[in-house]
Write a protein that binds this ligand. Structure first.
Ligand code: ATP
Ligand code: MG
Length: 231
């Protein structure tokens, strides 16, 4: 890998301490991490180990207490709320519970982030159609979430996450709410996006089997990275 390219994520001695009343809770105790373009990383760890905390930081949803976190080369500590929101438009989020808007069709759900980013209507429509085709839902563009299976809803969520050409996809237990067959389909789609389109993937899970499908596995324990191995 070229050392000249800017890593999509670079964490240097990142710490996060929550205050629970007057009691400090050290959720991250000095994390060092570098994720390059085209990586497929899974972050594995037990409950309470700090996975969501790390994911929130990588997604620019929160700032570290100390240390440096760069997303696409940008030090997030230096950004104000508006700049953080702008940065988040360039990150593709996929959550465990899909988080689609129930009133909107699959197409309109995928178009939404593009309209927030001020893309014009014609372009938006074209891109939504392409993305839904990519995730295998060409025949379901006018369905609302309730008219889709769990796996199909998650594929809409992935298409939506890709809408604004994100620097990377951030997935939090993406197969946590679908059956095992659907889970393998969703995983195959994620692997394909990584392989064919070089989309960088960071996936948090506590499912060991799922984690081992990634190219690189990072194990978090008690707020620290315990191991970081190429699969
Ligand atoms: N807002 C908060 N205020 C105080 N403590 C918090 C807060 N959020 C998380 N914590 C604590 O920080 C630690 C890490 O939590 P985190 O949510 O990152 O764990 P996790 O690895 O995502 O766990 P899970 O697998 O259960 O989702 C835990 O001890 C948790 O209790
Ligand atoms: Mg969590």
């Amino acid at each position: 890998m070229s050392s000249k390219t800017v890593p999509v994520v670079e964490a240097m001695n990142v710490k996060k301490t929550y205050m629970l009343g007057k009691v400090p809770v050290e959720a991250l105790r000095g994390v060092n991490l570098r994720v390059e373009t085209g990586d497929f990383v899974s972050i594995l760890g037990p409950s309470g180990s700090g996975k969501s905390t790390l994911l929130n930081l990588i997604g620019a949803l929160d700032k570290p207490t100390s240390g440096t976190l760069r997303i696409d080369g940008i030090d997030i500590a230096k950004l104000n709320d508006n700049q953080l929101a702008e940065l988040r438009l360039r990150i593709g989020f996929v959550f465990q519970f899909f988080n689609l808007i129930p009133r909107l069709t699959a197409r309109d759900n995928v178009e939404l982030p593009m309209s927030i980013a001020d893309m014009n209507k014609t372009e938006r429509k074209k891109r939504a159609t392409e993305l839904l085709e990519t995730v295998g839902l060409k025949e379901r563009t006018n369905h609302k979430p309730a008219e889709l299976s769990g796996g199909q809803q998650q594929r809409v969520a992935i298409a939506r996450a890709l809408a604004n050409n994100p620097k990377f996809l951030l997935l939090d237990e993406p197969t946590g709410n679908v059956d095992s067959k659907t889970a393998s389909e969703v995983l195959a789609l994620i692997q394909n996006l990584n392989k064919e389109q070089n989309v960088s993937i960071i996936m948090v899970t506590h499912d060991e089997k799922l984690a081992h499908q990634a190219k690189r596995i990072i194990k978090v324990f008690d707020g620290e990275i315990h191991s970081d191995v190429v699969n």
